[in-house]
Design a protein around this ligand. Sequence first.
Ligand code: 5BU
Length: 265
Amino acid sequence: MNTFKTYGDRAKSHSNACARSLLELMERKQTNLSVAVDVTKKAELLSIANAVGPYVCVLKTHIDIVDDFDQDLVEQLEQLAKTHDFMIFEDRKFADIGNTVKHQYGNGIYKIASWSHITNAHTVPGEGIIQGLKDVGLPLGRGLLLLAEMSSKGALTKGDYTTESVAMARRHQDFVFGFIAQQQMNQTDDEDFIVMTPGVGLDVKGDGLGQQYRTPHQVIVDSGCDVIIVGRGVYGNPDQVQQQSARYRDAGWAAYLERCQQHKA
Ligand code: 5BU
């Protein structure tokens, strides 16, 4: 188990540039909330991004579900990221061989690498997937998260699969700065992987399609994760987007302060 450090402490000593930017941002803005905006219309995506912007460190997208995607959408998202001071995470979950993911990341309609600060990948193809993405993303200052553990019921991301995923990350720390996982993944005091955790909700336990929710307290205090990812809990009721993002930001930050306090005691 690691010696406890605040987000700010970690920002100062982290070797990965993308992780440093994120940790500095979290400390500066006092938020460990990422909102997942899974809506299918450009105008709605931009409106939610603008409403949650002041409360988040990271805005998470699934750009391929937007019916009316165009280049202007990413330009406006980039502008909102500057205005509100957040990073963009395209949750692309790459899963192919290195040569293919290079094109999927840099080319096509979406050109993800050109605008998304963070993206993620499955480790099922082996280490070539990391190298392929790194060839495109590292020169642009991007960072990668590996999918070490998924939140959904029956996920196969466990045991040796998770252990091997962490080992792969360890060999690519210039580009891979953390995981999507349900618990902290560091094994030594020198390691400082950032764990971003989906499957977070305060009001319900699941969604009928396999998603499983835990509270910010369970995720941050009990499991030692760093960033809570909340989707429908925030944007589910269109009239309450701002209210819910404030509620989850407060819950996530209170949980973090509790963790800081526990380690000081
Ligand atoms: P929700 O509405 O809070 O359930 O949305 C969760 C988001 O996180 C959604 O965009 C998923 O695609 C994403 N997600 C997840 O739920 N579980 C995982 O293990 C991974 C991503 Br990886």
